[in-house]
Write a protein of this length. Structure first.
Length: 274
């Protein structure tokens, strides 16, 4: 089981990988650049290559996550910024030999046409993938529903991927908190989710799990992560999820709170014990 956490790159990509090793993680996630900006980063390629070499040597899997302002459902000048930022993120991920770059499903709240957001998202993804020839994938993450139900179902994720011209460059990331908050997974229906995902071939392209508990009940549409042992998803439900054959071999990334009394190292050990 490859369990890890989100780790800061404040001291570089190699240092982030070394921190992952230090806390007992065999996987980690990082922001390739400033998480609050779409500004293009001139990154240290030597540091990224050292990170890649270290991860290969230590058997650590890495994955990047786009900055917070990244929205796939935009157009005109906003899209130009998002496309350039995503290509920058993919270049950094490729240099670190990461699986890919996780990006949230696009959201558009300013249109009377319910399909416009999907169209804009597909156009953005086509622009990015037509310019990208590396191995790193764009990994679309399911939404929690805080901006409405868009991006909360497996059907949407699969259909958007199918409609992208170069869909082979697209994969998925499943966030357990988002799935629970949206009502997709209520804690007791994973068998149904698994069956639907298999029918839709969603799991064929699932590459990473965000392993988070939820501070709010299922169908709350509230995206607030909680520690694995301290949320509305019970330990038994977490154990059931972890035993699912479709996710067992995937890297699982904790995006949960830390404290002096309960670090990510403690939480990784706890997840492995489950």
């Amino acid at each position: 089981m490859n369990v890890g956490a989100h780790i800061s790159i404040r001291h570089g990509y190699l240092q982030a990988a070394q921190t992952a090793k230090k806390i007992g993680a065999s996987a980690f996630q990082y922001f390739p650049k400033n998480p609050r900006s779409l500004t293009i980063k001139e990154f240290d390629e030597t540091d990224a290559m050292k990170c890649a070499h270290y991860c290969k040597e230590q058997g650590i899997i890495s994955v990047a996550h786009t900055p917070y302002p990244t929205n796939l459902s935009v157009k005109d000048q906003e899209r130009e910024k998002v496309v350039a930022s995503l290509l920058n993120d993919l270049m950094i991920a490729e240099a670190c030999q990461s699986l890919g770059v996780i990006v949230h499903f696009g959201v558009l709240t300013s249109s009377d046409d319910p399909l416009e957001g999907y169209k804009l998202m597909i156009e953005t993804l086509n622009e990015v993938t037509s310019q990208w020839d590396g191995e790193a994938l764009l990994l679309i993450e399911n939404n929690a529903g805080k901006n409405g139900p868009v991006g909360t179902t497996l059907e949407e994720l699969v259909q958007v991927r199918k409609l992208v011209d170069e869909s082979n460059k697209i994969g998925f990331c499943f966030d357990t908190c988002h799935g629970f908050a949206s009502g997709l997974w209520n804690g007791n229906n994973w068998d149904e989710v698994e069956e639907k995902g298999n029918d839709l071939q969603y799991f064929d392209h699932l590459k990473v799990i965000h392993l988070n508990n939820s501070m709010y009940s299922t169908s709350s549409m509230r995206d607030r992560h909680a520690n694995i042992n301290n949320g509305y998803i019970s330990i038994e439900q977490i154990k059931g999820f972890l035993s699912s054959p479709v996710i067992k071999e995937l890297p699982m990334i904790l995006e949960t709170p830390t404290s002096m009394s309960f670090s990510h190292q403690d939480e990784i050990m706890m997840v492995k014990s489950l």
